[in-house]
Write a protein that binds this ligand. Structure first.
Ligand code: SF4
Length: 348
């Protein structure tokens, strides 16, 4: 069953205003607006069995992808250059290559500079959630409207099969207790963000035989706590990626299994099906990557007049808006199923 294509038309006004030009959250917006990621966060504070640290965070990127790590100053320069050259770029995310909140100094310095220099760019962050409650006040000082938390379970017995360890209070903690702490921090972080009016998307990785029968429960709970979108992604586990699951023959879901679960969860909350699991240094419209146009050697000597760029960007956004609204109306659901969203597209 294919779902209706517009999530946005069904949302309360306050939320719609926040997502209608966000290509990752709005199925309609991704045809008109672009996003970029900067990879400033190399470290991680947990281990997932589907991750190999030689590559980007698998919670946000397709496995096997390696992004170039930038300093905060380099990242800001790149963002300003891209925003001036691609005025449709409305959103900057930090999603790796490790966990952004396990690298708070680098992540927040990038956000601090961008909040001051480019107030017309929305900022996002994606996290495994372990450090979220501890940094939430700092996070909310920046121009951040959206946070993504990857929540694969709410049951520590299941979590112990996904997370071999976490690094917590300067110690490595293993087994069920590690999963228990991670789950507590994720749920607390979700509640704190919602209480502060930040939109929260939840990502879950569908792992057959591990959490497949559990994700509807996750969906129900995160919705009850105020998450705005739930994005169920398939496990991609290949031996050549060198992950624990890949090396031990854990399979990913079939497309039928993925869709069945997404359909089952859609009754509970708005599902997001146009996610492309972008690289941690992706640039451009969803599904395209113009990163090679903005490598450091190309932008190093660029002087960007961002005040002038902002004027041009505002004009471009004003021209896009009527089209985006018309598309949104045209794709709005014809029946009253208020909990569903988003066309299922082929991942690339
Ligand atoms: S949170 Fe991301 S970077 Fe950290 S272990 Fe999991 S998949 Fe890898």
């Amino acid at each position: 069953m294919r779902q209706h294509s517009s999530t946005v038309a069904q949302l309360p006004d306050a939320i719609r205003a926040k997502v209608n030009n966000h290509p990752c959250f709005s199925e309609d917006a991704h045809h008109h607006y672009a996003r970029m990621h900067v990879a400033v966060a190399p470290a991680c504070n947990i281990q997932c069995h589907y991750c190999n640290r030689k590559y980007d965070c698998s919670n946000e990127s397709r496995p096997g992808v390696v992004s170039e790590v930038l300093t905060p100053n380099q990242a800001v320069k790149k963002v300003l250059a891209v925003a001036a050259a691609i005025p449709q770029m409305t959103v900057l995310g930090i999603a790796g290559p490790g966990d952004p909140l396990a690298n708070p100094a680098r992540t927040f310095e990038t956000f601090r500079q961008l909040t001051a220099q480019a107030p017309d760019i929305k900022l996002c962050v994606s996290t495994n959630g372990l450090a979220l409650p501890a940094v939430i006040d700092e996070l909310c000082q920046h121009n951040i409207e959206h946070v993504t938390i990857t929540i694969n379970c709410v049951d520590p017995d299941i979590g112990a099969k996904i997370y071999p360890w976490i690094f917590w209070n300067n110690r490595r903690i293993k087994g069920r207790r590690a999963a228990e702490i991670l789950i507590e921090q994720q749920q607390k972080g979700l509640e704190m963000l919602v209480a502060r009016g930040v939109l929260v998307k939840v990502n879950s990785v569908l792992i057959p035989g591990i959490n497949d029968e559990h994700l509807q429960e996750v969906s129900r709970i995160v919705k009850a706590k105020g998450a705005f979108l739930h994005n169920v992604m398939p496990l991609i586990a290949e031996a050549e990626h060198g992950t624990f699951y890949g090396l031990n023959g854990q399979r990913g879901p079939t497309s039928e299994e993925l869709q069945t679960l997404q359909d089952a969860c859609a009754g509970d909350m708005r599902m997001m099906r146009h996610c492309r699991q972008c690289r941690a240094d992706a640039v451009g419209m969803l599904g395209e990557d113009r990163g090679q146009e903005f490598t450091l050697d190309k932008i190093e000597h660029l002087e960007v007049d961002y005040a002038a760029a902002m004027v041009h960007r505002a004009e471009v956004h004003a021209a896009i808006e009527p089209n985006a609204r018309a598309n949104s109306r045209a794709s709005a659901p014809r029946c009253g199923n208020a909990g569903v969203a988003a066309v299922d597209e082929q991942r690339n």
